[in-house]
Design a protein around this ligand. Structure first.
Ligand SMILES: Cc1ncc(COP(=O)(O)O)c(C=O)c1O
Length: 488
């Protein structure tokens, strides 16, 4: 073919449009790959120079360079000299491997049982009244990004290396956090006792692996946090579910009924909201010291107290190094940050570090450095104050709106937290109520969903992620359902 005829042919074969969501570079790379895979371009065939093809297709030269580079890195093209690009000799094998893979995945789709595949690639956010959700709109994202940029600049790329010596986290973050926990929660610790984890869930999972063996007994609150139950069960432990009353978890004397580990949310029991009384805290810690039982204290949302500050942590009462204090930044900052921590008794620091090396090494260092700067700058404290104020208003908006109806919901624990549990009389089936709310577009879990053995009935309402207007609308919708009347 004459060069002119080749040009016309290429223009007919390659068609790029600016109206697509797919970039021109990607369109070109995909179309060239199709030509190679379908055999229309064979091994050794030359491609026009990037300048020539860009002029023909009326796109920038960079567009063509990007497409060529991508296909070179995938092995479909090679460049023998600076300007000449050819279809590679391995393109044929790549083509048959790609075809085989396509056939296999089609066959798998037809034959395999249904697998749960998430619909969206990212979340649209929680629906009212999903519990335990912070309002990410309140988070000072622009400041965070500035601190992130600064952290990268001042550490001169050292955060980008493997930082295995920092398996328990970025040291300035651990130092700042130790100071914060000492001042705000009375936690007694040195910075090196703090292990930064990817969310408190990872801390629970690693602790389960470190402290429990098959058949060990774990005391768990009922209703309680299913993430913790899953962690303990993964290590083969058997659960002993303990009831909750107005003073928190009701537990037998550890001296009489031995357990390897007790998991407790003393500041605000999850999900009821009851606070563990001082007398019970002391009994539990003393029992644990006497019997060498581990206590895992999960302090997931104690910063959000609207009336009076919470009692100091249980860890602060522990003279025998039996309490492991676990916390998270998911609620204070934002959940996808996946940063939490465990404050470890000295004897557990090294074994925990060893286990963490196997699980993931040190976690994302850039986020940890940014968080250290966020604490250092004081922005962390202003953010907590701002959230606390908003959340207190939202809690009040919720309670005011609900008081306009006559549902038999008893909100016993109102002094703080991110959720309000409305207890129901036994005659009301909380699972049925929750299902009816779900059909109306509201996300309100039943208290029974958190229970492993029968417990009180109720509904758990999160209010922190929603504006007062959203809250009022949600409550009005709920009241219009007349949940206390049987459906016709
Ligand atoms: C009792 C309890 N602990 C911990 C967490 C936080 O987990 P993570 O730090 O893994 O986000 C939650 C979240 O809902 C929780 O309810």
């Amino acid at each position: 073919l004459s060069p002119e005829a080749r040009q016309v042919k290429r223009r007919q074969i390659l068609f790029l449009t600016r109206k697509s969501d797919v970039s021109l570079q990607v369109q070109l790379a995909v179309q060239l790959k199709d030509l190679i895979q379908s055999g229309q371009l064979g091994a050794g065939d030359p491609l026009p120079s990037s300048r020539e093809l860009a002029a023909e297709l009326k796109v920038s030269r960079n567009t063509v360079v990007y497409a060529y580079e991508r296909l070179i890195s995938e092995g479909y093209l090679n460049s023998r000299s600076r300007s000449k690009v050819f279809v590679s000799d391995t393109a044929r094998e790549l083509r048959s491997a790609a075809q085989r893979a396509a056939q296999r995945s089609k066959a798998q789709q037809q034959n395999s049982p249904a697998v749960h595949v998430p619909k969206a690639s990212y979340s649209d956010g929680p629906k009212p009244f999903r519990p335990c959700q912070p309002d990410v709109q309140l988070f000072p994202l622009a400041l965070w990004n500035r601190l992130r940029g600064r952290a990268l600049r001042t550490t001169n790329r050292s955060l980008l290396h493997y930082n295995s010596e920092a398996v328990l986290g970025f040291r300035p973050l651990r130092e700042n956090l130790a100071a914060y926990l000492r001042d705000s929660r009375g936690v007694v610790c040195e910075w090196w006792q703090i292990a930064i984890t990817t969310g408190s869930q990872q801390a629970l999972y690693l602790l389960a692996n470190l402290l429990l063996k098959q058949g060990d007994r774990v005391y768990m609150e009922n209703p309680g946090y299913s993430g913790a139950v899953r962690a303990w069960k993964s290590a083969g432990a058997t659960m002993e579910h303990l009831p909750i009353d107005a003073q928190g978890m009701v537990f037998p004397a550890l001296e009489k009924a031995a357990a390897a580990l007790v998991y407790v949310t003393p500041s605000r029991q999850f999900p009821t909201g009851a606070s563990l009384s001082l007398a019970r805290r002391l009994a539990l810690v003393n029992g644990a010291v006497n019997t060498k039982t581990w206590i895992v204290e999960d302090d997931y949302d104690s910063e959000f107290r609207y009336i009076a500050p919470p009692l100091p942590s249980m860890q602060s009462l522990d003279s025998g190094n039996r309490v492991i204090y676990v916390g998270t930044f998911s609620k204070l900052l934002f959940p996808s940050l996946r940063l939490g921590y465990a404050v470890l008794p000295k004897s557990l620091v090294e074994p925990f570090a060893e286990l963490k090396t196997i699980a993931e090494d040190h976690g994302p260092m850039i986020d940890q450095a940014t968080l250290a700067a966020f604490l250092d700058s004081g922005a962390f404290y202003s953010h907590i104050r701002r959230c606390r104020k908003s959340y207190a208003e939202r809690q009040q908006a919720f309670l005011d709106a609900i008081a306009k109806g006559s549902l038999p919901l008893d909100f016993r624990y109102r002094d703080g937290g991110m959720n309000l549990t409305g207890f129901l009389p036994e005659s009301c089936d909380d699972l049925v109520w929750s299902a009816r709310l779900k059909r109306a577009g509201l996300d309100v879990p039943a208290l029974s969903q958190y229970a492993s053995v029968a417990t009180e009935r109720g509904l758990v309402f999160g209010f922190t992620a929603f504006t007062p207007t959203q809250i009022r609308r949600g409550v009005e919708k709920m009241l219009s359902l007349r949940l206390d009347r049987p459906m016709l």
